[in-house]
Design a protein around this ligand. Structure first.
Ligand code: NAD
Length: 472
């Protein structure tokens, strides 16, 4: 690729101290260079964000929101360019990449409409107590490689609209759309309000422990989330952690097995299974197990797996070599434990392609059932008793989300209430909305994003407690 990507520090686009390759996962070949920052640049970016904070936080919220809307407008105008770059660095099919870009525009616009309310907690002739919300200061935002743009927007929009300034650090394998995003922000936002640094996984600890960073918002794996919490603890920083999941999908016995298998297939394979809330294990009643497995296997054999840039591709490659090796090892390990009824073999082409894989007859303690696979492979499990099933579903370190399928919605609600996760969807897939709070239970996270609750995560409650007269 001819063009040069740059870091954004204090309103100025900078080359890195060095650069590193960005690989197209559909070919396994490098196609662009990413500028790399060092700790001195990190210090400069944090100092710029700290300097920008007093005037940015003092600006009326309507003006800050207006600038975020301008960013949304600029992004929308270049949606096709962003989508093509996203497919190239991330691997997802072009129509899904366009969906992520337009979803990002929607997040920016929705959050720009949110406002911080002042609540009167108590008021009479003698006193008035109010609670209002104030921003926190400098926010460090660390994002993963599965949805690099929309997950950045989930942090950028609420942090900036509420009056914070930000340093963003994308994942090393998908930095380019975030850098392009910073480039469109550069002429719109005041210097220092939004800064972006790239690394090859060396700067995380320095950023999250930096004494002038007030809050860390992180989306990524549970293992890295624990490190983030540890390094933020010294400064008692506020943290929001959106971490891994092992979402269960429960099929109740009153549904059409073929129809629901089609939904479950989409929910587990979209984005090559690399969605925090992808269906990662499905539980099917014994009586419909054979039909359900057969339909999943048929879909897995028929789906078009190809370079996301090619017309007709439905599933792209896994995003990076490390993830490809992790998912391949889980499939290999499952071979002696269960029965592979579709996929299971390498696709025999360059790039990090894994053929959609369906595995039946695994025990609950198989690594593929217990761990987060984060790839296009789905274990199909059998059950006969709902009470026992709920224990199996909840016996997980994770608690991100889950799904229940039933034609009896009241019954589905009863089951959903007992699933120990942040979200349960009934009869639909991964319905994520910037107005609805999203958060993980157990090892899937702390705090959350979206909705007014997610907006508040970038603020603190400030109480003013007044007596109306000075008592004698
Ligand atoms: P990861 O944890 O490997 O990396 C995430 C980010 O952390 C990257 O930017 C990485 O450079 C950075 N990082 C690495 N070491 C660090 C350190 N010591 N301190 C601070 N930052 C550091 O995650 P990943 O593999 O990129 O993403 C996949 C994971 O993200 C999956 O587990 C998935 O479930 C999870 N995820 C969760 C959500 C959610 O909302 N809960 C959404 C998307 C993805």
């Amino acid at each position: 690729m001819d063009r040069e990507f740059k870091l954004l520090i204090d309103g100025v686009l900078h080359s890195g101290v060095t650069s590193f390759d960005v690989v197209n996962p559909a070919t396994g070949q490098a196609f662009a260079k990413c500028p790399k920052a060092d700790e001195a640049m990190l210090d400069k970016a944090v100092a710029a964000a700290k300097r920008a904070y007093p005037s940015w936080s003092a600006m009326p919220i309507e003006e800050r929101a207006g600038l975020v809307e301008q960013v949304a407008e600029a992004l929308e105008q270049r949606a096709d360019e962003f989508a093509a770059l996203l497919t190239r660095e991330q691997g997802k099919p072009l129509d899904q990449a366009k969906g992520e870009v337009l979803g990002t525009v929607n997040v920016l616009r929705t959050v720009a409409k949110m406002r911080l309310e002042t609540r009167v907690l108590s008021e009479d002739n003698e006193k008035k107590v109010i609670e209002h919300r104030t921003p926190l200061g400098v926010v460090a935002a660390i994002t993963p490689w599965n949805f690099p743009l929309i997950l950045l927007a989930n942090k950028f929009a609420p942090a900036l609209v509420t009056g914070n300034t930000m340093i963003s650090k994308p994942a090393p394998t998908t930095p380019l759309t975030s850098l392009l995003f910073a480039e469109i922000c550069q002429p719109i936002l005041p210097p220092g309000v939004f800064n972006i640094l790239c690394d090859e996984n060396e700067l995380g600890a320095a950023l999250t422990s930096h004494p002038d960073v007030d809050k860390v918002t992180f989306t990524g794996s549970t293992a890295t989330g624990k490190k983030v919490m540890e390094s933020s603890a010294g400064g008692l920083k506020r943290v929001t952690l959106e971490l891994g999941g092992n979402d269960a999908s429960i099929v109740l016995d009153d549904v059409d097995a073929v129809q629901v298998a089609q939904k479950v297939f989409q929910g587990s394979m979209r984005n090559a299974g690399q969605i925090c809330v992808a269906i990662k294990r499905v539980y099917v009643p014994e009586a419909m197990y054979e039909v359900f497995c057969e339909e999943l296997a048929r879909l897995a054999r028929e789906v078009v797996v190809d370079d996301g840039a090619n017309q007709g591709a439905q599933i792209g490659p896994v995003q990076n070599r490390q993830q490809y090796e992790k998912v391949s090892a889980l499939i290999e390990d499952s071979k002696g434990r269960g029965t592979i009824i579709a996929g299971g073999e390498p696709l025999g082409r360059p790039g990090y392609f894994i053929s959609p894989t369906i595995i039946r007859d695994l025990d609950d303690d198989a690594p593929l059932v217990r761990q987060e696979q984060f790839g296009p492979v789905l274990p199909v499990l059998k059950y006969s008793d709902v009470e026992e099933l709920l224990q199996r579903v909840n016996d997980s370190e994770y608690g991100l989300a889950g799904t229940v399928w039933s034609n009896d919605v009241a019954r589905a609600f009863e089951v959903a209430r007992r699933i120990n996760t942040g979200t349960v969807w009934i009869n639909q897939l991964q319905s994520i909305d910037p107005n609805i709070p999203f958060r993980g239970a157990k090892s899937s996270g702390i705090g959350g994003e979206s909705g007014i609750e997610g907006f508040h995560e970038y603020t603190q409650a400030h109480i003013i407690n007044a007596a109306t007269t000075i008592a004698a």
